[in-house]
Design a protein. Sequence first.
Length: 307
Amino acid sequence: MTDLANLAPARDQALEIRRLYETLEQRFNGKTWSLHELMLGFSNDVGYIGRLLLANDGTWAIDGDSEAELKHKLAESLWWVFVLAERLEIDIDQAFADTMATIRTGLNDTIARTEPMTAAPHLHAPDDPELVRVPAMTYASIAGSGSPGTDEFYRKMALIGDIARQVTRESSPVIEIQYWYPEGSTPVEIADFYSVNPVPSLLYRIMAAVPDATTTEDLAAARARAESEADRRDDVIELHSTPEQDVVQIMHHGPFAEEFPTLERLGALAQQRGTHRSGPHHEIHLDGFTRETPQDTLRTILRDPVS
């Protein structure tokens, strides 16, 4: 229970005035006002405040001082609240305190959830989960399906790396991968992304960032120059873009098989902030790796777009 609001002095004055009104009502009408009549009186005074506000703004003419009338009617409306609360046997002190506490909690939660997003560099994430805004990106990419770690998965990863090196002239392009499930799969959030649907049913897109001005022709020329041993004639290499967007993200350290607790922490933040996953799960591999690479020191940004 919330601490009581200190409304007692005002309430006592209001009820004292009400007793005087009741004396006159009994004298002239033979009875005091019913709850319905009290409500009509309250509604009338509250409605008149609307006109007084117009008068205060100079858009509605009234006789007298609009500011003085506003003070009177606002105070009288407060008086009505005390009178109605007493008739309804409501502890208005406690009701006011409880209501303000509930509203305060809700507003604080909303303020926290809607805090303006901090802009984050694309290749940065802290060890603790955060909600940030990341920039739009352009990629060379290839799509695939099935479990990560298959021969086909590593072949496509090598191919995208070879092509990106030709476009960017970087010796070690950062490999990024988007994962999602086929339409009709059981919906998943962040924490349970890998634990609900069969992992072999995954769809994925292996990507490496390229300049935004890169064209399809540039990509085809880079593919030809790369002469990658991982290339296959039927491979479809595409430009792919992601928009500037809000994401939750965290840095995972170590083996990919140990991502589950890290994803649970990331999902907990999303839930706390009132957001849900709104696109493919995104993993950014800051350290190059092959099937034989020890994974104990690998750094992987786990990122999920949210709304």
